[in-house]
Ligand binder design. Structure first.
Ligand SMILES: Cc1cc2nc3c(=O)[nH]c(=O)nc-3n(C[C@H](O)[C@H](O)[C@H](O)COP(=O)(O)OP(=O)(O)OC[C@H]3O[C@@H](n4cnc5c(N)ncnc54)[C@H](O)[C@@H]3O)c2cc1C
Length: 304
């Protein structure tokens, strides 16, 4: 119930406008938000690099109203790529297709993402959004991959279709970041029981690691904080005789820092997603909806 209320809040424009203005709300969000600006996110990435944790950055923002806004996001990311280069950081960017105009034009979104992959020294990642956008996102990814073979895509284990999607992608040597999925999807398209989502996650992890073990060039990136998923991944990698450098973990900034540190100290590759930007409210509500315990954490921060 709390999760549903938070998902509702995440799409409420009035709350999105009012709440972020309060300094105490900003303070409470510091744990999961790398900052409001790119510079703040890159400062955090530089700090994490000292603990052998690399970074991915993403500009928060959703529901664009015009193509011009998508062009502005493109310009922002082109500037971000320059800053990352100048600072010599091992930081990749991950972009949301809707933020680059997917709801207006698939072709123009593809052009914008191609401009980014061509401008970037490091691989560029494409996020996966709601189920209605999967087909268009896969089409875009295929054309981007034809231009830059190191481009990556996020796939979600809660969707029934993902296994079939991965089967068609694997011959292209894709870099895949596997996650469970963060949107509120109907039972017609997504598994509703956690056990089923997890089981599918392990099955997809096995497909990704096996592809890599048999000579595939794409990066398998396991995007989960779930200790069981992390454990299954290392177990499967061991079974497949896959060395630590051949697969990676990815987690969100601020979530289970202890586990992130443990993996880095154990010489696993781990990359943390640092989100930043003024439009953080809907994103932050979704993070809280994922795990009600986070709400308690925020309340404690507010009381303090
Ligand atoms: C790098 C990265 C990129 C992502 N990109 C996308 C994307 O493009 N599209 C998309 O739909 N989703 C994306 N997600 C979100 C993802 O789909 C999940 O919603 C999110 O990762 C929670 O699922 P989980 O597998 O981590 O753990 P869950 O199955 O939700 O939880 C399992 C356990 O993990 C731990 N845990 C999980 N969440 C938290 C938390 N918030 N705080 C503390 N502990 C926690 C707890 O121990 C919990 O019991 C991304 C996630 C990551 C890490």
């Amino acid at each position: 119930m709390l999760g549903k209320a938070l998902l509702w809040a995440s799409s409420n424009p009035l709350l999105a406008q009012r709440l972020p203005r309060y300094a105490f709300v900003k303070r409470a969000t510091r744990r999961f938000l790398a900052g409001e600006t790119l510079d703040e996110a890159l400062n955090e990435a530089a700090r994490l690099a000292d603990s052998s944790i690399t970074g991915t950055t993403t500009l928060l923002g959703e529901d664009l109203e015009s193509e011009e806004e998508a062009d502005a996001v493109l310009e922002h990311y082109l500037g971000a790529l320059t800053s990352i280069n100048e600072r010599g950081l091992d930081v990749e960017i991950s972009v949301k297709p809707t933020q680059l105009g997917l709801d207006f034009s698939v072709d123009r979104t593809q052009e914008r993402i191609v401009r980014l992959v061509e401008a970037s020294a490091n691989p560029v990642w494409i996020d996966m959004e709601g189920s209605g956008r999967v087909d268009a996102t896969l089409d875009i990814y295929r054309s981007v991959l034809a231009k830059r073979s190191d481009a990556g895509l996020c796939l979600q284990s809660y969707l029934h279709r993902t296994k079939a999607d991965l089967e068609t992608l694997l011959p292209l040597d894709p870099s895949i970041r596997l996650v469970k999925g963060a949107y509120n999807e109907p039972a017609s398209v997504a598994f509703s029981k956690k056990g089923e989502v997890d089981q599918n996650f392990v099955c997809l992890t096995k497909m990704l690691l096996s592809a890599r073990a048999s000579g595939g060039k794409g990066r398998p990136v396991i995007g989960s904080h779930d200790p069981r998923m992390v454990g299954e991944t290392t177990r499967l990698a061991y079974e497949l005789n896959l060395k630590k450098g051949n697969y990676e973990f990815a987690m969100l900034y601020g979530i289970d820092r202890a586990q992130q540190g443990r993996l880095a100290r154990g010489r696993h590759k781990i990359r943390v997603l640092l989100s930043y930007g003024p439009a953080w409210f809907p994103w932050y509500m979704r993070r809280l909806a994922e795990r009600p315990a986070n709400v308690l954490f925020v309340l404690k921060q507010l009381i303090r």
